[in-house]
Design a protein around this ligand. Structure first.
Ligand code: SAM
Length: 245
């Protein structure tokens, strides 16, 4: 099985174990590595996600695969005392780092931390206003199942935002980016986090993730309406949005 990038896909039976290993391993250094690897640009991608989220006072928001909680922190301010943000992640090491960081920022009252698998979300039907999944979907084994689960728990009128690496729109950018991710990233991972393997996984998982139009079609298939996407940084990243009516 290959993808549009021509790489072999990881056998799905190995995938969940590999993902768990990677995120247990990178949790402690996750934030600093994010800043280094993206040269801080991930903050802009996240800001754009928040701007497109429509989150407001009183909303119930799920920051799925929320990790160290960058989006949760902002949503916590936006939903106020009458709202709630749930930081959901499958990995307890990531959740622990996230909870500690947000508590140190003084954010406590309206945030819950719940260990969960995106493929089987532990919420009733029609119970969440907004779901975000930032740099998380590519790590999920059964993405279609996860998208259906997200659709199920959204309230009618609710929306899903998927922020994820995607396919660069220009060939020259694509080549440069390949070099960066397959050579520079693992080296950086080795130097800063003493862990080149995890950053090799990162580069591979990015290559294997569905491109912009494939992901759009998957969201439509899961039931989402008015699905669109916006490329950022030349398509290195795309923000997909879909609604439930
Ligand atoms: N959203 C955060 C951000 O943008 O900085 C963290 C992204 S981090 C690259 C990916 C996260 O997805 C990890 O914390 C990982 O544990 C989580 N994850 C992987 N597979 C998952 C699954 N099946 N269900 C929920 N979370 C998952």
């Amino acid at each position: 099985d290959t993808t549009h990038f021509g790489y072999q896909t990881v056998a799905t039976k190995d995938k969940a174990g590999k993902v768990a290993e990677v995120f247990h391993s990178v949790a402690a250094k996750y934030d600093i590595m994010n800043d280094l690897m993206s040269m801080g640009i991930h903050r802009l991608w996240k800001r754009q996600t928040i701007a497109s989220s429509g989150v407001r006072k009183g909303h119930r928001v799920l920051d799925l695969a929320g990790g160290t909680g960058d989006l949760t922190a902002k949503f916590s301010e936006l939903v106020g005392d009458t709202g709630q943000v749930i930081l959901g992640d499958i990995n307890d090491s990531m959740l622990k780092v996230g909870r500690e960081k947000l508590r140190n920022l003084g954010l406590v009252s309206n945030i819950e931390y719940v260990q969960m698998n995106a493929e089987a979300l532990p919420f009733p039907d029609n119970s969440v206003d907004v779901i975000t999944i930032a740099f998380g979907l590519r790590n999920v084994t059964d993405k279609d199942k996860a998208l259906r689960s997200m659709y199920r728990i959204l309230k009618p009128g609710g929306r899903l935002l998927v922020l994820e690496f995607s396919k660069p729109t220009h060939e020259s950018l694509s080549k440069l980016y390949d070099f960066y991710s397959f050579n520079v990233l693992p080296t950086m991972g080795q130097l800063v986090a003493n862990d080149s393997e995890s950053y090799k996984y990162l580069a591979e998982s990015i290559r294997m993730h569905p491109d912009q139009d494939t992901l759009k079609a998957m969201m439509v298939e899961a039931g989402f309406e008015q699905v669109d996407y916006q490329n950022m940084t030349g398509g290195i990243v795309a923000l997909h949005r879909g609604f439930k009516y």
